[in-house]
Design a protein around this ligand. Structure first.
Ligand SMILES: *[C@@H]1O[C@H](CO)[C@@H](O)[C@H](O)[C@H]1NC(C)=O
Ligand SMILES: *[C@@H]1O[C@H](CO)[C@@H](O)[C@H](O)[C@H]1NC(C)=O
Length: 414
């Protein structure tokens, strides 16, 4: 355990010190390193969401949504090419921390939830949070020059990003409600929306909550805890030296991962083990092609402040707002301590999916959330006892172990 913590610290310090001086060229690879009959992983690694989904027979449109505070987010509308009519309710997918919309494609056409849902002729929309490589734009601020661009955490994602995307999808589809499917952090941000934006929870007919992250008091992952604690402790140094963005695509950590996981022969040992350390081990659950895709799409970048907030979350058993310190809290919130989110306002029905081997969102935290939700329709424990956090989105068994229930809910609420 101590070794993992030290190694993580080392990686993190390197990531911070050389953040801008070293970047990997994601488009240079070694051709011909591909043997799979139906997936050409070399080709797939260099495709963006539109190209990749298009390659597997889906029509994808790119939309941009501008939030009230000026962030410009790419949102994809992905539909099956053979679909002539769509189910009434649109479906919105939102990814977790360190991810982008691409995460929903990484498991490949036979397991990626975006593929599975769009193939059933649901009108599928796939969003991005501010700060990742599809959300690194603003109407006024330049992410490379203006520190102000990076002044956000999960709070702002829930208060601005999710509502803006929800409104955009509803307007575009002329519907009154949509079904929201969130993974991890994106469950938390949808609940933040319900708490902080009156009326918005009514625009969601169902929240499908996959491995939900709200409070993370009981998180077991040593690697993630170290990252969150370190960023939290060093925030003063980081921000004063201009490190406002962390784990961007192409920056050291991600670039190294991309290079190391490029080869089928090493992807399982190196990248599979890495993901296992970040979460919990579940040998063989995520296939080698998926590991290589994950390594080119993740981490997708976020703000230092977001990780500071996770650092704060380690020290509280509440699901609460960003802690600016007593004086600034008083000024912003009118109280010395950050207010807790009002989960009573999360009136939308919630179907909660969890695994027993999740080292990120521990079962105690999942059960805590379960007891707070006023309109829980079902808590579904995935049958495989080794089911971990990232399995929920990347496992080759998603189609068998997660999707049937998701499918049933999508039809019942459409
Ligand atoms: C990245 O590599 C590709 C292929 O080798 C090359 O065409 C491209 O110009 C490189 N891009 C940068 C930014 O170096
Ligand atoms: C994806 O790639 C296509 C083709 O190169 C390009 O036209 C499109 O703008 C890209 N989309 C995004 C969101 O980067």
């Amino acid at each position: 355990m101590a070794f993992i913590a030290k190694a993580t610290l080392f990686l993190l310090s390197v990531a911070v010190t050389v953040k801008n001086s070293l970047s990997f060229n994601q488009t240079s690879g070694i051709p011909g390193n591909s043997v799979s009959p139906h997936v050409d992983i070399h080709r797939d690694r260099f495709m963006n969401f539109t190209e990749l989904s298009g390659h597997y027979g889906f029509a994808t449109e790119e939309h941009t949504v501008t939030t009230e505070d000026g962030y410009v987010l790419t949102v994809f509308r992905m539909t099956g090419r053979d679909c002539v009519e769509f189910n009434k309710s649109p479906v919105l997918l939102m990814h977790g921390l360190f991810q982008s919309a691409d995460a929903w494609l990484d498991a490949g056409p036979d397991a990626g939830l975006a593929y599975l849902i769009a193939a059933q002729c649901h009108e599928l929309w796939v969003g991005n949070q501010r700060g990742n490589y599809y959300g690194r734009r603003h109407v006024r601020l330049d992410p490379d020059r203006d520190a102000k661009f990076w002044k956000f955490s999960t709070d702002e994602m829930g208060i601005y990003d999710i509502p803006a995307i929800v409104d955009y999808v509803l307007k575009n589809t002329r519907q009154e409600k949509l079904i929201y499917v969130g993974f991890s952090q994106a469950v938390g941000t949808s609940l933040i929306m319900c708490s902080e934006r009156p009326g918005y929870c009514d625009k969601v007919s169902l929240i499908i909550a996959l491995a939900p992250a709200t409070r993370i008091t009981n998180i077991k992952s040593v690697m993630l805890k170290t990252i969150f604690e370190t960023v939290n402790k060093l925030q003063g140094v980081l921000l004063s030296t201009g490190v406002h963005e962390l784990f961007a695509r192409g920056a050291l950590v991600q670039g190294l991962l991309g290079q190391l996981c490029k080869f089928r022969s090493t992807s399982r040992t190196i990248c599979g083990t890495g993901l296992g350390l970040l979460d919990a081990f579940h040998p063989g659950s995520i296939d080698d092609d998926a590991l290589q895709l994950i390594a080119t799409h993740t981490p997708a970048g976020t703000s230092t402040q977001t990780l500071v907030r996770y650092g704060q979350s380690l020290k509280t058993d509440k699901f609460q707002k960003f802690d600016y310190g007593k004086a600034k809290n008083l000024e912003i919130y009118g109280t010395e301590r950050p207010p807790v989110y009002n989960l009573d306002a999360a009136t939308a029905p919630v179907a909660l999916f969890y695994g027993l081997n999740d080292n990120v969102d521990d079962i105690e935290d999942v059960f805590w959330l379960k007891n707070q939700l006023p309109n829980l329709v079902e808590a579904i424990q995935i049958a495989d006892p080794l089911w971990n956090h990232f399995d929920m989105i990347y496992s080759r068994h998603v189609k068998k172990l997660v999707y049937p229930k998701v499918k049933q809910y999508l039809f019942n609420y459409s």
